[in-house]
Design a protein around this ligand. Sequence first.
Ligand SMILES: [Zn+2]
Length: 168
Amino acid sequence: MQAPGPDEELLLELLNSRPVFDGVERDRFADDGELREWSRAHGGSGSAPEAELLRLTRDRLQDVVRGAAEPASLAQALDGVSRVPELDENGVTWQQSAPPDSRLAARLVLAWAHIQEHLPGRLRPCGNDECRLFLLDLSNANRARWCSMATCGNRMKARRHYRRSRAR
Ligand SMILES: [Zn+2]
């Protein structure tokens, strides 16, 4: 199994930017400044329209991964994006071009598409229904259910144990 590429990690960061603590969502990207800083650190433009597109793309990607929306709902992130083959001494390399404000959103949607194609079913929501995080399971067994064994895994085990001991 291959290690996640840099864009897969970026995609997980985006998907996991709305964690829930004690039943309350904390949107890491609710603040324009934080989102724009994150975007600039990853090659984005850091503009206000980009921030809007990134939030929209994130929320739609979350729905698509949860099976609650169709991939077509991601279309806006790929608006104006094209790939052109260029010949060089190694053969063909693909030059991607995108409007500056969609560059990062397009990369994230393409990272999702890459996982769909090469690692189908491995990007999924955490099995704890009170958790809003996602996981990318790269293990051979492909049986991971929790975003993290330390938090959700142990919590769900404790809950099952509690139910069992109450049933007795
Ligand atoms: Zn979780």
